[in-house]
Ligand binder design. Structure first.
Ligand code: TTP
Ligand code: MG
Length: 399
């Protein structure tokens, strides 16, 4: 039996929160992001500003040119994280089978909600109504037999939309849509597809798999093929119980180059940070795992002064642990990072983001998360600029 998956995505999230909190901004073009005169980009724009062609990731100078009378405001990451937690708690009241997928979106498995809330449409209206009444914010909902269809559907009638796709309708629903509607398709893929004459998802579905594999590699080609046919996971995972998040990388050939190891740690730390922010968590204990030749495995840990969900803090600790370890210079077979000792509340409880610099960093991470959610994990990378001063307190131990 197909499952019924619901995807909820808040409308113009950062801008809507600011409009709600300052009623004088209601109905006005509000642009959240860098301020005019700087070199930054737009985080998001209210729907009033979008009419002037302003959108996320646009250089702020261009946004200012298109919408000179707009209200330009800096993002306040801490506030959006708090609202995100409120959204989570409302949706948990609809069904415990829910999972936040980013700061402003969530998946719910509403397959068994019929008796409690009625039809999928009624369940969607209930969730939308609770978010509107309790948070004074609007969202768009998509319902489908899996996560992909639900997510594409939630984007169709934004803002304040509700789109339901039954399993029988999947092919007809997808066929006319532009390929860019598929989450994870970035500019490069889009351009290559356009060169191949593939504009719609229907055309993509009709393209032989071998051709896609030729142009996008085995994984890329197969993934495009699956998505074009509306095939994806229907699992909504609840990860409340877990005690740690870890990521590791095994090298095909043992790695000796410290620069390469540094880059891998940067990537692993970023993946952990992103996962933490998605789940609204933060942790205090950073653990580094190194496997050398002969499966000789070591771990060492460092407890931070305060909980974190910031990529750079996790990375610096992991890199410090590596640099102080007795294994620098030895070929590495596997390297991994784990964050544990989760606080009950992320950020807010500890006043982590009260400091403007941290606030700014948090807003940047939230923006990067959103870009990766839309265009794939490689769509944006941190400048490799974290400084890496050695912390003398870490203690390597042998396993
Ligand atoms: P989105 O859900 O992609 O956008 P949105 O909620 O602003 O608008 P929509 O109605 O189209 O859903 O992203 C959620 C938030 O993430 C957004 O409010 C701001 C942030 N963000 C950035 O900071 N930079 C970006 O490039 C994107 C796409 C989002
Ligand atoms: Mg949104």
């Amino acid at each position: 039996m197909p499952r019924v998956i619901m995807h909820i995505d808040m409308d113009a999230f950062f801008a809507a929160v600011e409009q709600r909190d300052d009623p004088s901004l209601m109905g006005k073009p509000v642009i959240i992001g860098a301020l005019p005169g700087s070199r930054g980009v737009v985080s998001t724009a209210s729907y009033e500003a979008r009419k002037f062609g302003v959108h996320s990731a646009m250089p702020i100078a261009q946004a200012h040119k298109r919408c000179p009378h707009g209200v330009f405001l800096p993002p306040v990451g801490r506030k959006y994280s708090q609202v995100s937690k409120q959204i989570k708690s409302i949706l948990e009241g609809v069904t415990p089978r829910m999972q936040m997928a980013s700061v402003d979106e969530a998946y719910l498995d509403i397959t068994d909600c019929e008796k409690l809330h009625g039809t999928p449409r009624q369940t969607a209206l209930l969730a939308k109504g609770r978010i509107r009444d309790e948070l004074k914010l609007s969202c768009s909902v998509g319902i489908g037999p899996n996560r992909l269809i639900a997510k594409i559907a939630s984007d169709i009638e934004k803002p304040d939309g509700l789109t339901i796709v039954t399993p029988e309708d999947v092919a007809d629903f997808l066929a006319p849509l532009e390929v860019g509607r598929i989450p994870g398709i970035g500019k490069v893929t889009n351009r290559t597809l356009a060169k191949l004459g593939i504009k719609s998802i229907g055309q993509l579905a009709a393209t032989p798999l071998e051709k896609l594999v030729r142009h996008f590699g085995k994984n890329g080609g197969e993934s495009l093929n699956r998505k074009s046919h509306g095939i994806s996971s229907d699992i909504v995972e609840k990860r409340e119980g877990r005690k740690s998040i870890s990521k590791e990388r095994t090298f095909g050939v043992d790695e000796k180059n410290p620069e390469k190891l540094r880059h891998v740690l940067l990537k692993l730390s970023g993946d952990i940070g992103r996962q933490l922010r998605k789940e609204g968590r933060s942790g205090r204990c950073v653990n580094l795992k190194i496997r050398l030749d002969g499966f000789e495995t070591h771990t060492c840990a460092k407890t931070l002064e305060e909980s974190t969900d910031a990529d750079d803090v996790i990375f610096k600790s992991a890199w410090n642990l590596y640099q102080q370890s007795a294994y620098t210079g030895r070929p590495v077979r596997l390297i991994g990072v784990r964050l544990s000792d989760f606080g009950r509340e992320s950020g807010t409880q500890l006043g982590l983001f009260d400091i403007p610099k941290k606030e700014k960093t948090r807003s940047i991470y939230l923006a990067m998360d959103a870009i990766r959610d839309k265009f794939g994990a490689d769509a944006i990378k941190p400048a490799d600029a974290y400084d890496d001063q050695v912390d003398k307190k870490a203690t390597p131990k042998k396993k």
